[in-house]
Design a binder for this molecule. Sequence first.
Ligand SMILES: C[S@@+](CC[C@H](N)C(=O)[O-])C[C@H]1O[C@@H](n2cnc3c(N)ncnc32)[C@H](O)[C@@H]1O
Length: 240
Amino acid sequence: CNFLQIMNKVNAYGDVENVVMTCEDWKVRWEKKHTRFHISEVNSSLLKHEHLLLEKANCSVFVPLSGKSVDMKYLADKSHRVVGLEFSEIAIRDFFAEQNIKFTVEKHPSHPFNIYRSSDSAITIYQGDLFQFNSNVAGKFDAVWDRGSFVAINPSQRVSYCDVICEMLNPSSKWLLNTFAYDRSKYPGPPNDTSDEEISELFDTRFDVKLLEVYDSLNPAQISWGLDWFKVRNSLLVKK
Ligand SMILES: C[S@@+](CC[C@H](N)C(=O)[O-])C[C@H]1O[C@@H](n2cnc3c(N)ncnc32)[C@H](O)[C@@H]1O
Protein backbone atom coordinates (compact mmCIF):
# COMPACT_ATOMS: atom_id res chain seq x y z
CA CYS A 1 0.00 0.00 0.00
CA ASN A 2 2.81 2.37 0.92
CA PHE A 3 4.51 1.53 -2.34
CA LEU A 4 1.35 2.24 -4.34
CA GLN A 5 0.81 5.50 -2.52
CA ILE A 6 4.39 6.48 -3.18
CA MET A 7 3.99 5.60 -6.85
CA ASN A 8 0.82 7.70 -6.99
CA LYS A 9 2.71 10.68 -5.66
CA VAL A 10 5.54 10.59 -8.20
CA ASN A 11 5.61 13.98 -9.90
CA ALA A 12 5.92 14.78 -13.62
CA TYR A 13 9.72 14.69 -13.30
CA GLY A 14 9.70 11.20 -11.83
CA ASP A 15 10.61 12.44 -8.33
CA VAL A 16 8.81 10.99 -5.35
CA GLU A 17 7.15 13.84 -3.50
CA ASN A 18 6.38 13.87 0.19
CA VAL A 19 3.52 11.43 0.71
CA VAL A 20 0.65 13.34 2.26
CA MET A 21 -1.78 11.04 4.01
CA THR A 22 -5.38 12.12 4.52
CA CYS A 23 -7.83 10.60 7.00
CA GLU A 24 -9.49 8.91 4.02
CA ASP A 25 -6.15 7.33 3.04
CA TRP A 26 -5.85 5.90 6.56
CA LYS A 27 -9.42 4.66 6.42
CA VAL A 28 -8.61 2.78 3.22
CA ARG A 29 -5.49 1.28 4.82
CA TRP A 30 -7.68 -0.19 7.56
CA GLU A 31 -10.22 -1.45 5.01
CA LYS A 32 -7.44 -3.18 3.07
CA LYS A 33 -5.76 -4.40 6.27
CA HIS A 34 -2.54 -2.56 5.44
CA THR A 35 -1.76 -2.20 9.11
CA ARG A 36 1.73 -3.58 9.60
CA PHE A 37 2.28 -0.81 12.16
CA HIS A 38 0.04 -2.68 14.60
CA ILE A 39 1.81 -4.78 17.20
CA SER A 40 0.03 -7.45 19.17
CA GLU A 41 2.15 -7.09 22.32
CA VAL A 42 2.34 -4.13 24.68
CA ASN A 43 4.88 -1.69 23.29
CA SER A 44 8.35 -2.19 24.76
CA SER A 45 9.04 1.56 25.05
CA LEU A 46 5.88 1.98 27.11
CA LEU A 47 6.87 -0.91 29.38
CA LYS A 48 10.33 0.57 29.83
CA HIS A 49 9.30 4.18 30.53
CA GLU A 50 5.76 4.05 31.91
CA HIS A 51 7.03 4.71 35.46
CA LEU A 52 8.21 8.14 34.24
CA LEU A 53 4.97 8.89 32.39
CA LEU A 54 2.53 7.67 35.03
CA GLU A 55 3.93 8.43 38.45
CA LYS A 56 0.62 8.24 40.28
CA ALA A 57 -2.43 5.97 40.20
CA ASN A 58 -5.60 6.74 38.25
CA CYS A 59 -4.07 9.04 35.63
CA SER A 60 -6.05 10.20 32.63
CA VAL A 61 -4.06 9.02 29.60
CA PHE A 62 -4.61 10.20 26.06
CA VAL A 63 -3.63 7.86 23.22
CA PRO A 64 -3.86 9.97 20.05
CA LEU A 65 -4.20 8.16 16.72
CA SER A 66 -4.70 5.01 18.72
CA GLY A 67 -5.45 2.49 15.98
CA LYS A 68 -6.30 -0.73 17.85
CA SER A 69 -3.29 -0.49 20.13
CA VAL A 70 -3.28 -3.13 22.86
CA ASP A 71 -1.50 -0.54 25.04
CA MET A 72 -4.93 0.98 25.78
CA LYS A 73 -6.10 -2.20 27.49
CA TYR A 74 -2.77 -2.53 29.30
CA LEU A 75 -3.07 1.00 30.70
CA ALA A 76 -6.73 0.54 31.67
CA ASP A 77 -5.85 -2.72 33.44
CA LYS A 78 -3.45 -0.64 35.54
CA SER A 79 -6.43 1.48 36.64
CA HIS A 80 -5.71 4.49 34.47
CA ARG A 81 -8.54 6.22 32.59
CA VAL A 82 -7.73 5.79 28.92
CA VAL A 83 -8.98 7.96 26.06
CA GLY A 84 -8.10 6.98 22.51
CA LEU A 85 -8.72 9.00 19.38
CA GLU A 86 -8.93 7.31 16.00
CA PHE A 87 -10.45 8.10 12.62
CA SER A 88 -11.08 4.52 11.48
CA GLU A 89 -14.23 2.85 12.74
CA ILE A 90 -12.79 -0.54 11.75
CA ALA A 91 -9.78 0.00 14.02
CA ILE A 92 -11.98 0.87 16.99
CA ARG A 93 -14.42 -2.00 16.50
CA ASP A 94 -11.49 -4.42 16.01
CA PHE A 95 -9.95 -3.18 19.24
CA PHE A 96 -13.03 -3.94 21.34
CA ALA A 97 -13.67 -7.26 19.57
CA GLU A 98 -10.07 -8.49 19.82
CA GLN A 99 -9.74 -7.44 23.46
CA ASN A 100 -13.11 -8.99 24.26
CA ILE A 101 -14.47 -5.79 25.77
CA LYS A 102 -18.16 -4.88 25.63
CA PHE A 103 -18.83 -1.32 24.55
CA THR A 104 -21.51 1.25 23.76
CA VAL A 105 -21.54 3.84 20.94
CA GLU A 106 -23.11 7.29 20.96
CA LYS A 107 -22.74 10.50 19.03
CA HIS A 108 -21.12 13.46 20.73
CA PRO A 109 -23.89 16.04 21.20
CA SER A 110 -21.96 18.99 19.77
CA HIS A 111 -18.72 17.82 18.15
CA PRO A 112 -18.16 15.53 15.13
CA PHE A 113 -17.21 12.40 17.06
CA ASN A 114 -18.71 9.02 17.77
CA ILE A 115 -17.89 7.91 21.30
CA TYR A 116 -17.06 4.24 21.89
CA ARG A 117 -17.00 3.45 25.61
CA SER A 118 -16.15 0.19 27.34
CA SER A 119 -18.96 -0.98 29.60
CA ASP A 120 -16.79 -0.37 32.69
CA SER A 121 -16.00 3.15 31.32
CA ALA A 122 -12.24 2.57 31.69
CA ILE A 123 -11.59 3.04 27.97
CA THR A 124 -13.22 5.63 25.73
CA ILE A 125 -12.27 5.96 22.07
CA TYR A 126 -13.43 8.98 20.10
CA GLN A 127 -13.90 8.33 16.42
CA GLY A 128 -13.10 11.32 14.25
CA ASP A 129 -10.35 13.67 13.10
CA LEU A 130 -7.76 14.66 15.67
CA PHE A 131 -7.64 18.17 14.25
CA GLN A 132 -11.22 18.71 15.46
CA PHE A 133 -10.53 17.38 18.95
CA ASN A 134 -10.03 19.62 21.99
CA SER A 135 -10.51 19.74 25.75
CA ASN A 136 -14.20 20.65 25.37
CA VAL A 137 -14.75 17.17 23.95
CA ALA A 138 -12.92 14.99 26.46
CA GLY A 139 -11.33 17.20 29.11
CA LYS A 140 -7.64 17.52 29.95
CA PHE A 141 -5.08 14.78 30.45
CA ASP A 142 -2.29 13.92 32.86
CA ALA A 143 -0.39 11.93 30.28
CA VAL A 144 -0.06 11.23 26.56
CA TRP A 145 1.29 7.97 25.13
CA ASP A 146 2.40 8.76 21.58
CA ARG A 147 3.45 5.75 19.53
CA GLY A 148 2.84 5.72 15.78
CA SER A 149 1.00 9.02 16.21
CA PHE A 150 3.32 12.02 15.87
CA VAL A 151 5.23 10.02 13.25
CA ALA A 152 2.00 9.32 11.30
CA ILE A 153 1.13 13.00 11.03
CA ASN A 154 2.18 14.74 7.82
CA PRO A 155 5.26 16.87 8.58
CA SER A 156 3.34 19.95 7.36
CA GLN A 157 0.76 19.35 10.12
CA ARG A 158 3.15 18.79 13.03
CA VAL A 159 2.77 22.27 14.51
CA SER A 160 -1.04 21.95 14.46
CA TYR A 161 -0.78 18.46 15.97
CA CYS A 162 1.31 19.80 18.84
CA ASP A 163 -1.11 22.71 19.33
CA VAL A 164 -4.07 20.34 19.56
CA ILE A 165 -2.39 18.10 22.12
CA CYS A 166 -0.90 20.98 24.12
CA GLU A 167 -4.34 22.49 24.60
CA MET A 168 -5.43 19.29 26.36
CA LEU A 169 -2.56 19.28 28.86
CA ASN A 170 -2.07 20.99 32.21
CA PRO A 171 1.25 22.24 33.55
CA SER A 172 3.26 19.14 34.61
CA SER A 173 1.29 16.84 32.29
CA LYS A 174 3.64 14.40 30.57
CA TRP A 175 3.96 13.19 27.00
CA LEU A 176 5.97 10.09 26.16
CA LEU A 177 6.95 10.53 22.53
CA ASN A 178 8.29 7.70 20.37
CA THR A 179 9.86 8.91 17.12
CA PHE A 180 12.09 7.57 14.36
CA ALA A 181 15.04 8.97 12.47
CA TYR A 182 16.23 7.65 9.11
CA ASP A 183 17.47 8.88 5.74
CA ARG A 184 14.35 10.56 4.31
CA SER A 185 15.88 10.76 0.83
CA LYS A 186 15.46 6.95 0.71
CA TYR A 187 11.95 6.62 2.12
CA PRO A 188 9.36 9.39 2.39
CA GLY A 189 7.29 7.85 5.22
CA PRO A 190 5.02 7.37 7.01
CA PRO A 191 6.28 6.81 9.61
CA ASN A 192 7.87 10.20 9.10
CA ASP A 193 11.51 10.84 9.91
CA THR A 194 11.98 13.27 12.80
CA SER A 195 15.31 14.94 13.57
CA ASP A 196 16.51 16.05 17.01
CA GLU A 197 16.41 19.65 15.75
CA GLU A 198 12.74 19.29 14.79
CA ILE A 199 11.87 17.96 18.24
CA SER A 200 13.73 20.84 19.80
CA GLU A 201 12.04 23.44 17.59
CA LEU A 202 8.57 22.05 18.18
CA PHE A 203 8.70 21.43 21.90
CA ASP A 204 11.41 23.42 23.69
CA THR A 205 9.32 26.53 24.33
CA ARG A 206 6.35 24.68 25.82
CA PHE A 207 7.93 21.60 27.42
CA ASP A 208 10.95 20.46 29.37
CA VAL A 209 12.27 17.89 26.93
CA LYS A 210 14.19 14.96 28.29
CA LEU A 211 15.84 12.54 25.88
CA LEU A 212 15.34 9.11 27.42
CA GLU A 213 17.12 6.99 24.84
CA VAL A 214 18.12 6.62 21.20
CA TYR A 215 18.89 3.21 19.75
CA ASP A 216 19.46 1.59 16.37
CA SER A 217 16.66 -0.69 15.27
CA LEU A 218 16.81 -1.78 11.65
CA ASN A 219 14.38 -4.61 10.90
CA PRO A 220 13.30 -6.36 7.67
CA ALA A 221 10.39 -3.93 7.10
CA GLN A 222 12.74 -0.99 7.12
CA ILE A 223 15.24 -2.76 4.88
CA SER A 224 12.40 -3.20 2.38
CA TRP A 225 12.01 0.59 2.46
CA GLY A 226 15.64 0.80 1.27
CA LEU A 227 16.99 2.06 4.58
CA ASP A 228 20.51 1.40 5.91
CA TRP A 229 19.87 2.79 9.37
CA PHE A 230 16.87 3.46 11.53
CA LYS A 231 16.97 5.04 14.97
CA VAL A 232 14.27 4.98 17.61
CA ARG A 233 14.09 7.93 19.98
CA ASN A 234 12.04 8.10 23.18
CA SER A 235 11.54 11.52 24.74
CA LEU A 236 9.68 12.58 27.85
CA LEU A 237 8.04 15.99 27.47
CA VAL A 238 6.84 17.72 30.62
CA LYS A 239 4.49 20.66 30.06
CA LYS A 240 5.83 23.94 31.46
C1 LIG B 1 0.57 4.42 12.19
S1 LIG B 1 -1.02 4.17 12.83
C2 LIG B 1 -0.63 3.92 14.53
C3 LIG B 1 -1.72 3.38 15.37
C4 LIG B 1 -1.34 3.14 16.84
N1 LIG B 1 -0.87 4.36 17.49
C5 LIG B 1 -0.35 2.05 16.98
O1 LIG B 1 0.73 2.30 17.53
O2 LIG B 1 -0.62 0.91 16.54
C6 LIG B 1 -1.72 5.79 12.76
C7 LIG B 1 -3.21 5.81 13.07
O3 LIG B 1 -3.67 7.16 13.06
C8 LIG B 1 -4.95 7.22 12.47
N2 LIG B 1 -5.07 8.61 11.99
C9 LIG B 1 -4.29 9.22 11.07
N3 LIG B 1 -4.63 10.52 10.94
C10 LIG B 1 -5.64 10.75 11.83
C11 LIG B 1 -6.40 11.90 12.19
N4 LIG B 1 -6.18 13.10 11.63
N5 LIG B 1 -7.34 11.77 13.16
C12 LIG B 1 -7.58 10.56 13.75
N6 LIG B 1 -6.89 9.44 13.45
C13 LIG B 1 -5.93 9.52 12.50
C14 LIG B 1 -4.92 6.15 11.40
O4 LIG B 1 -6.20 5.68 11.06
C15 LIG B 1 -4.06 5.08 12.07
O5 LIG B 1 -4.85 4.14 12.76
